[in-house]
Design a protein around this ligand. Structure first.
Ligand code: ATP
Length: 307
């Protein structure tokens, strides 16, 4: 009964672990169909908890999750079939070959042998020549690609990747990104968790930022990136102004009162020194300077620092 709604709808979802840890605190958001959606946040933010609830591996404490129109409580089978999850940890039986690994997984989903797509998936993941090798003989990158193939065995409309490129070298990261993009072009909705802003920025149409179990931002990537570049200072000057000063390094300037200005600027283009310098060059004396309260930029900076 997949309706026209979001690929994933999450409503006031909370998780308290048995030790009392509040890992998700009334989280709500939608993942639009057809997008690459990034769930960005530092270690321990609650990303894996959220993914594991969707995958049916962790039970939620309260709230609601609907996957491809199927409520995870009311339609657990259908909701699970609608999602493929690539876990953070590399885990499979080292004595099975990639083809066997995929065949076994297909069997778990009750997919008839004639309907299986093991060879197609192996080819897509550039693993055809390793189809009959033991999994333990694969490189780290190959193992990760096999995990992606395994998650796609039942052709789910949604693919979720939990930290797909943690500890992965640059070349493999590029390959994974390319593959994720090509799946998305074929219509697969992709959700990925990451603590790399760069990765989310590069791949995602939309980004939700999660921190301490709460969603603190959820916007199209370009809006978020633009905001992250914006910085504001409030400057008190030594005389009354009758006109607002102008300068090309200001993005925006607002007269708060006769002696107080709020100036917004793009921190990738100019710095606070240049902004203040532009005022003094105009003959204005600076009495006081303060920065705005922590905003998204600070959130980003702290996230990136942790990444
Ligand atoms: N099984 C568990 N029992 C108790 N607490 C847990 C359990 N799993 C996770 N937590 C805690 O819940 C919080 C959220 O963890 P989670 O793994 O969801 O974060 P994360 O954002 O995925 O981080 P990471 O990127 O490190 O995986 C953390 O404080 C973590 O210690």
């Amino acid at each position: 009964m997949a309706g026209p709604e979001a690929a994933i709808r999450i409503e006031t979802l909370s998780k308290v672990y048995s030790g009392g840890k509040l890992a998700l605190d009334a989280v709500s958001f939608d993942v639009p169909r057809g997008q690459i959606f990034g769930l960005l946040g530092p270690n321990g933010a609650g990303k894996s908890t959220l993914i594991n609830i969707l995958a049916g591996l962790v039970t939620k404490t309260s709230g609601k999750a609907v996957i491809w129109g199927f409520d995870i409580d009311e339609h657990p089978r259908n909701s699970k079939r609608s999602i493929g999850v690539v876990p953070q940890e590399i885990i499979f039986d080292p004595f099975f070959t990639p083809r066997e690994t995929l065949e076994i997984q297909a069997g778990l989903y009750g997919i008839a042998p004639s309907q299986r797509r093991s060879d197609e998936l192996l080819a897509a993941m550039h693993l055809s020549d390793k189809a009959n090798a033991y999994a333990r003989t694969l490189s780290g990158g190959m193992k990760r690609r096999l995990l992606v193939a395994k998650a796609m065995v039942h052709s789910p409309p949604i693919l979720v990747l939990d930290e797909p490129t943690a500890g992965v070298d640059v070349e493999l990261r590029r390959q994974l990104w390319d593959y994720v993009r090509s799946l998305n072009r074929q219509g697969v909705t992709v959700v990925l968790t990451t603590h790399y802003l760069e990765e989310a920025e590069e791949l995602c149409d939309r980004i939700a930022i999660i921190n301490h179990g709460k969603v603190i931002a959820n916007e199209p990537t370009r809006d978020l990136v633009a905001k992250a570049q914006e910085k504001a200072v409030v400057v008190t000057i030594d005389r009354d102004l009758d006109a607002v000063p102008t300068n090309t390094c200001f993005d925006n300037i607002v007269l708060i009162d006769e002696r107080t200005l709020e100036i917004t600027y793009q921190k990738d283009k100019v710095n606070a020194g240049q902004v203040l310098g532009a005022l003094t060059a105009d003959g204005l004396g600076i009495v006081d300077v303060s920065t705005r309260d922590p905003d998204l930029e600070d959130v980003f900076l702290s996230l990136v620092a942790e990444g």
